[in-house]
Design a protein. Structure first.
Length: 43
């Protein structure tokens, strides 16, 4: 949450920019899978 912890938010975004394309893709895939699991559990 940028409003609650702006410095930590900035540091996290800086770390994300240093990841390789493959790492960013895997994070995206895992986020999608997690989202699907959450949707299925809440049905």
């Amino acid at each position: 949450m940028p409003v609650i912890a702006p410095r930590q938010w900035r540091n996290t975004l800086l770390k994300l920019t240093q990841l390789s394309d493959g790492q960013v893709r895997w994070i995206g895939v895992l986020a999608m899978i997690l989202g699907i699991v959450i949707i299925q559990v809440n049905r």
